[in-house]
Design a protein around this ligand. Structure first.
Ligand code: GLU
Length: 553
């Protein structure tokens, strides 16, 4: 037995498999030429960041556009970051926004696909098998340095350009087998370190699919592969997992870009074919005239759960994500108004290098557009679903008469220029509040030429004239008929030519009726509102308003 063989047995007595076993267990994928395999691999912190959803969308599109595979891997090697139910938060968040996976984790302790387990804590034996093989090749060694010893090294490196465990600082690199054995028999804790083959002057070049060609210094640090509990670091797990899961494209946050030289080195040392990298810059937000990262700590909208709670339909959020995902999306959308998002030719190379800007106003706008194209039945169904979870009062108003609720939501919908009042389901309670006596709050403020006296006069007459069985033209004709006897004109042009000759025009008369019935000066189609309010409510509200204006006048 060579010393490396003896060392490998000493460190990993229970590891009996070899890398070849896993290479066979997870064969090359049988996919068409050019198919890409990507993944989303968050830690189960119980929080799905908007940037995570954005990255997951990019990774999924990268796969689907090439008939590849997209999977979810859970990176739970850092138990400190894990929270109860953390996996569900991620899976549910992705599912809600339609980021479905071909394989991988699909619930707490649930997964699908033949390249698993897809949860890192269930793969420890696999990592250790590859770790053992590195020891056998003399490419990894145990390190017994305590936290204090590492602190001392750090302190001694103040003047060094390169900081870390390398060169003369790599105290355990050249321990003899006997020394190691004695340490282990003495029960000393150890980490396993890479024996980095890098040189201080070495450079590596690689092409990042988003950022372009990059040249960096080679890795010379003997980084930790396995921690003292035998669990891998992110770096080692990344190499082993993305190799064995046959990932072709690693799409991840650009906080990892500094580690690429190390990762490329790990792939080489392990004998793996390198993957392609695409590093996504963090989502930015304008703040105080500058830009900063969308922050979990400061911005509620950083959490994907925010959009669900506020009732943004997934269609809106997806549409918005596309607008910041690829610079040419909006042009494409103008040319393909009704096309499904899945037909957009997504391209990693068209992602922002410096960071996409998150803009809530734009999202609200996009969402209003998206909702304005939905049928009332869909608006009702989705907002009812939302209300059951987040707005019980709206849900119970809906339940009084679901057909009427749908009809309310249908006002000014499905015409050439549908109104764009609703950006998210939680806009609905206010938007329709006057349609229900329970939530109607009168407000008799007028605008234009309407005065309380004119209002009193108009309402007095309109009380008698209004007839809920009128069709729209007859209804409006009656309002026009009110004008002249009250000293107003039904002709706005005429009013403009000679404003002093009239008390107001038909617009003012309509406003008075609108305000009396809804408490607002701006609403969707008043005819439909009147019809849906029903005789009793219409009469009662007109009466109350008349009383108010009479007292005011
Ligand atoms: N678990 C890593 C993170 O949450 C994932 C990075 C990657 O996608 O490789 O940052």
């Amino acid at each position: 037995m060579t010393n490396f063989e003896k060392l490998a047995e000493l460190l990993f007595p229970n590891i009996t498999k070899t890398p070849d076993y896993y290479e066979e267990l997870y064969p090359q994928r049988n996919l068409p030429e050019g198919a890409r395999v990507s993944r989303f691999s968050p830690s189960p912190t119980g929080y799905l960041h908007f940037g995570g959803l954005y990255a997951a969308t990019a990774a999924k599109l990268n796969s689907t556009a090439t008939n590849g595979r997209f999977y979810l891997r859970i990176e739970d090697t850092d138990k400190k970051r894990e929270v109860e139910g953390g996996v569900s938060a991620i899976v549910d968040g992705l599912n809600y926004f339609g980021i479905t996976t071909d394989e991988g984790v699909c619930g707490e302790n649930e997964e699908k696909g033949s390249y698993g387990p897809y949860t890192q804590s269930k793969r420890v034996e696999i990592y250790q098998t590859f770790a053992k093989s590195l020891v056998l090749q003399g490419m990894a060694y145990p390190c017994f340095c305590s936290a204090e010893a590492l602190d001392e090294i750090r302190a001694a490196q103040e003047q060094e350009d390169i900081k870390g465990y390398y060169g003369k600082y790599a105290k355990c690199r050249d321990l003899s087998f006997e020394e190691i054995k004695a340490n282990i028999e003495a029960g000393k804790a150890w980490t396993l370190r890479l024996k980095s083959p890098g040189s201080v002057d070495g450079k590596i070049k690689f092409e990042d699919l988003i950022k372009g060609k990059i040249e960096m210094a080679e890795n010379v640090i003997d980084i930790v592969l396995l921690k003292t509990d035998g669990v891998p670091t992110y770096h080692f797990a990344h190499a082993v997992d993305d190799h064995l899961m046959r990932t072709t494209h690693v799409i991840r946050g650009d906080e990892w870009i500094a580690s690429v030289p190390l990762h490329i080195q790990l792939f080489k040392v392990l004998g793996f074919r390198p993957v392609k990298y695409a590093h996504i810059a963090p989502i930015l937000k304008e703040d105080n005239g500058g830009k900063r990262k969308l922050s979990k700590r400061k911005d509620p909208e950083a959490a994907v759960s925010y959009y669900i709670e506020q009732g943004f339909p997934k269609e809106s959020v997806s549409e918005y994500i596309f607008t910041i995902l690829n610079s040419n999306f909006e042009d494409w959308r103008r040319a393909n108004k009704d096309a499904d998002l899945s037909s957009f030719p997504f391209n990693l190379k068209k992602m922002s290098v410096s960071g996409a800007l998150f803009d809530m106003v734009k999202l609200l706008d996009v969402s209003k557009n998206v909702i304005s194209t939905m049928k009332a039945e869909k608006v009702f169904a989705l907002s009812y679903e939302w209300a059951k979870a987040y707005h019980p009062q709206l849900a119970s108003l809906y339940e009084k008469d679901t057909e009427r609720a749908t009809a309310i939501l249908n006002i000014d919908r499905e015409n050439k220029k549908p109104r764009k009042d609703i950006a998210k389901w939680n806009d609905i309670p206010d938007y329709i509040s006057y349609m229900y006596d329970e939530t109607f709050t009168p407000c008799y403020e007028l605008n234009g030429n309407a005065t309380p006296q004119l209002a009193a006069d108009v309402l007095e007459k309109y009380m008698d004239a209004v007839n809920l069985s009128d069709d729209k033209d007859t209804w409006f004709a009656r309002i026009k008929e009110l004008c002249e006897p009250l000293g107003c004109t039904a002709n706005v042009k005429e009013f403009k030519q000679n404003p002093d000759a009239f008390r107001g025009h038909v617009g003012d008369v309509s406003t008075i009726i609108r305000v009396a019935l809804t408490g607002r000066t701006n609403t969707p189609d008043l005819y439909s509102i009147t019809a849906l309010l029903g005789e009793e409510t219409v009469k009662a509200r007109l009466k109350a308003a008349l009383k108010y204006y009479k007292e005011e006048a």
